[in-house]
Design a protein around this ligand. Structure first.
Ligand SMILES: Nc1ncnc2c1ncn2[C@@H]1O[C@H](COP(=O)(O)OP(=O)(O)O)[C@@H](O)[C@H]1O
Ligand SMILES: O=C(OP(=O)(O)O)[C@H](O)COP(=O)(O)O
Length: 397
């Protein structure tokens, strides 16, 4: 990365203002999946060990620029206390006297977590005076919030206009290393496997990857817009009518570029959108009216698996079916297992956050792949070939 990192700055005695992505699931005051917090620990511990005073800021949910106590970061502060060997203070506001006095109270080597930055409208607005107030807290800025780096918000990007140096944290650096390495310098064959509900969410990714990959595999709900473009019957399956033409064009483009474009040869179809619906496996021509596709079929699972296992670089974004329902999770699990096998055989395998990250966890294989991104939207933007505002804003080396 051509941006400064934590290693490039002296931290002892400095106030390090660090943006993290602590946007984690919280229910009844208890943290659900704390992976995003765990992934931020290397940067957090480094600053403490170096004798810096660490001021953490994050958003939680989408409170819309007003205080919403149900989206307070206080439970995260409590959780963080169990993960580090130093004092963790919590400031009930991210700016103003409250924040200043708590920061004052903390010593070097200790941590302050500021309240949800999205309780202020200035956060999303990238508002000048709000950026300045945040910037006043620190001697230097560090962005370790990969999952938020696609947002041009005050605490992610705008703050760097008033606080330099602005350096990358270890998680951000690791995410960019994996994503950019796979995209710009892949070992071949390079295979992208894309799924999820909508083609419209993945158009930019497909367009960008068509210039990079050897094979694109499409699964999940978006398959059936491609099926329609090929005049295959889709019954009541998910379809984006206004994207059918574009889907056809993407298939044509792939052909012209010599990229193999693979669709499922069979699907699991159900007569209702529920786990215990009647369901059966049909081939490409077999989706009847009154039935909807909910997963790739077993034949597709095998052929997708074989392509993945022969790849040297694999990027996966989007589940192969309605994996939240046990009966329709087989295709997604098969892909997860193939990625794990490919990794064991030396391939670099990357999972692009969001539902695919949830799916690999559900399959218990998150440690068996090279990298599971902590950012859904952020990794999609990266795979689209777009610059992330939270990275662009950092100080050049
Ligand atoms: N055949 C299908 N029909 C309807 N929904 C589907 C189908 N396949 C996958 N889905 C849904 O797509 C959703 C995930 O899509 P998306 O948000 O695009 O993935 P990601 O977050 O990994 O980018 C899941 O909730 C899943 O149930
Ligand atoms: O959870 C997040 O995004 P993700 O679900 O796309 O990974 C990030 O914390 C960003 O949150 P936002 O989409 O409310 O800006």
């Amino acid at each position: 990365m051509d941006k400064m990192t934590l290693k490039d700055v002296d931290i002892e005695g400095q106030k390090v203002l660090m943006r993290v992505d602590f946007n984690v699931p919280i229910e009844d005051g208890r943290i659900g999946d704390d992976n995003r917090i765990i992934q931020a620990l290397p940067s957090i511990k480094y600053v403490i060990e170096q004798g810096g005073k660490l001021i953490l800021m994050s958003h939680l949910g989408r409170p819309g620029g007003a205080v919403d106590k149900s989206l307070s970061l206080k439970p995260v502060a409590e959780h963080l206390r169990t993960l580090v060997d130093t004092e963790v203070y919590f400031a009930e506001d991210c700016i103003g006297e409250e924040a200043a006095s708590v920061i004052n109270k903390a010593a070097d080597g200790e941590i302050v977590l500021l309240e949800n930055v999205r309780f202020h409208p200035g956060e999303k607005g990238n508002d000048e005076s709000f950026c300045k107030k945040l910037a006043d807290h620190g001697d230097l800025f560090c962005n370790d919030a990969f999952g938020s780096s696609h947002r041009a918000h005050s605490s992610v990007a705008g703050v760097t206009r008033y606080l330099q140096p602005a350096v990358s944290g270890y998680l951000l650096e690791k995410e960019i290393k994996y994503l950019s390495g796979s995209i710009n310098n892949p070992n071949r064959p390079f295979v992208a496997i894309l799924g999820g509900a909508k083609v419209s969410d993945k158009i930019g990714v497909i367009e960008n990857l068509l210039d990079k990959v050897d094979t694109i595999i499409v699964g999940g709900g978006m398959t059936y817009t491609f099926y329609k473009a090929k005049d295959l019957p889709i019954g009541d399956s998910l379809v984006e009518e206004d994207k059918v033409e574009l889907a056809g064009n993407l298939i044509e483009k792939a052909k012209k570029k010599g990229v193999r474009f693979v669709l499922p040869a069979d699907s699991v179809i159900a007569d209702e959108f529920k786990n215990d619906a009647e369901h059966k496996v049909v081939g490409m021509n077999g989706i009847e009216d009154g039935w909807m596709a909910v997963d790739i079929g077993p034949q597709s699972a095998i052929s997708f698996g074989n392509i993945i296992k022969n790849a040297r670089t694999v990027v996966w974004n989007g589940p192969m079916g309605v994996f939240e329902m046990e009966n329709f999770a087989d295709g997604t699990n098969a892909v997860a297992e193939a990625l794990a096998e490919a990794t064991e055989m030396g391939a670099t395998t990357i999972i692009g956050g969001g539902d695919s990250a949830a799916a690999i966890k559900q399959a218990g294989l998150e440690d068996a792949v090279s990298h599971v991104s902590t950012g859904g939207g952020a990794s999609l933007m990266f795979l689209e070939g777009e610059d992330l505002p939270g990275v662009v804003a950092l100080t050049d080396k």
